[in-house]
Write a protein that binds this ligand. Structure first.
Ligand code: BGP
Length: 470
């Protein structure tokens, strides 16, 4: 096989998120998030102590250093800084992230910091989360505080993680706290309001004269018609593409919504009922931010094949790893189907690296003002087997290799990609799946909190050290 080199300065990273790894969810002055009660009520699993990153971060950063991982995605838990979302900061929380960022630098691991990873403080969540415009202002105040507090420690900022995931899991699939199903209107409104909050934070960052880089992390998927010659399937793919990809990409890079985007949005909102509140003032600040974004984070796991669908809504989330149980059929939007011959994970995620290549090239062509892209998450949920400290995660290695190949092909095609972060650095809590869905380079024994490098960690180390994919 050809030997392919990564660009100069490429970041070889691992990703984490505060609520999924820190533990100490209600201690050290941290305020509640909606997930705390939601998970307790569900009774399936808890995010305490998760991977105990609050205490184990020196161990994890040491592993990064030893395995050539020179970047880490970290999110700040908003409610650790402002327990009620607004008001007085919690000094213990503020100090924790100073210690964490200092340790990153001691180990030569660049922190890429996200301000919001699915964890709006409960006090704000209960008042409508981002559907309530007061949350936008609170977020921008929190962002300003973090920019000032950590200016000397953090160069790479992301405002939000996966605006689409918040919207779909809260208002379409109903798997997140406060979940509703098939409310496309609220999903679009949520995405618009979060993109407005992103824009305001970007403008605040740049106006204050900071010299670091700022952007947003979006979760994108390739959307393909099941039958390329079927007009209904083609339309279904377009519907899903606008819903998940194009609406937020327009918001990110244009600062408004193109006519062909709004044609689909208006049709889907008409099916769902209600109307959208998108104001001229919103678009003015979003257009300003669209010119200022430094980078886009893409989280890519899978693509979808769509068939036309006009039956009743029928949604079931596979949160157990029982293959073949996932269903997503949305009236007037489409039905997600598997394509024969294309592999899926135990959680029914379609493994399709070509989709990543297509998305990267598309962004370069459709949004030529993008500056740099980081693959901020990619990885494979897998039921890793622990055999006396040895974890052979060959399928994960294959998955990552194929996706890195797609990245390198896109780079060759002229796309500026600055780095790749595996989801996840070490095993951690999965929001709707708990602990048997593992993703890490490092196996975590959740009883003892000991870490064990998996085969994929050794494999990735060689890539990070040589800068080449063999
Ligand atoms: C992304 C999230 C992560 C992570 C990952 C894997 O959407 O940003 O937080 O959880 O997906 O998803 P899951 O845990 O549902 O398998």
């Amino acid at each position: 096989m050809a030997c392919m080199a990564f660009p100069e300065g490429f970041v070889y990273g691992g990703a984490t998120a505060a609520y999924q790894c820190e533990g100490e969810t209600l201690t050290h002055g941290k305020g509640k998030v909606a997930w705390d009660d939601f998970l307790a009520k569900q009774g399936r699993f808890s995010a305490d102590p998760a991977s105990d990153f609050y205490h184990q971060y020196p161990v994890d950063l040491d592993l990064c250093e030893r395995f050539g991982i020179n970047g880490i995605r970290i999110s700040i838990a908003w409610s650790r800084i402002f327990p009620a979302g607004v008001g007085e900061p919690n000094p213990e929380g503020v100090a924790f992230y100073h210690r964490l960022f200092a340790a990153c630098h001691e180990h030569g691991v660049e922190p890429f910091v996200t301000l919001h990873h699915f964890d709006t403080p409960a006090a704000l969540f209960d008042q409508g989360d981002f559907l309530n415009r007061a949350t936008i202002d609170a977020f921008v105040d929190y962002a300003r505080f973090c920019f000032a507090e950590y200016a000397d420690e953090v160069t790479y900022w992301f405002t939000f993680n996966e605006i689409w995931a918040v919207a779909t899991n809260t208002y379409i699939e109903g798997t997140f706290p406060g979940g509703q199903q098939a409310n496309l209107t609220l999903a679009f409104q949520c995405m618009h309001n979060m993109m407005l909050a992103h824009a305001k934070a970007v403008v605040a960052y740049k106006e204050a004269g900071y010299t670091g880089k700022i952007g947003v992390v979006q979760s994108l998927e390739g959307k393909y018609p099941f039958d390329e010659n079927d007009a209904g399937d083609i339309q279904a793919a377009k519907n899903e593409d606008v819903l998940q990809n194009q609406f937020i990409l327009d918001a990110t890079f244009r600062g408004d919504y193109a006519a062909d985007t709004m044609e689909v949005v208006d049709r889907l909102v008409a099916i769902a009922g209600g109307s959208l509140d998108i104001r001229d003032d919103d678009l003015a600040i979003m257009r300003q931010a669209a010119r200022l974004n430094d980078n886009l984070g893409i989280n890519y796991y899978q693509s979808r094949f769509l068939k036309a669908y006009d039956g009743e809504n029928d949604l079931h989330h596979n949160g157990t790893g029982e293959k073949g149980t996932d269903r997503f059929r949305l009236k007037g939007v489409g039905e997600r189907v598997n394509k024969p011959g294309i592999p899926t994970t135990d959680w029914d995620w379609i493994i399709y690296p070509e989709g990543l290549f297509d998305l990267l090239v598309r962004i370069r062509l459709q949004y030529p003002n993008y500056k740099q892209i980081f693959i901020t998450e990619n990885g494979m949920g897998y039921k890793d087997e622990f055999k006396d400290g040895y974890i052979d995660d060959g399928p994960r290695i294959d998955y990552v290799r194929e996706h890195l190949m797609a990245v390198l092909r896109a780079v060759e095609a002229g796309v500026n990609v600055g780095g790749y972060f595996l989801w996840s650095l070490m095993d951690m809590f999965s929001w709707t799946n708990g602990y048997n869905k593992r993703y890490g380079f490092f196996y975590v024994d959740f009883e003892t909190q000991r870490r064990y490098p998996k085969a994929s960690a050794y494999w990735f180390k060689r890539i990070a050290e040589t800068g080449r994919l063999e």
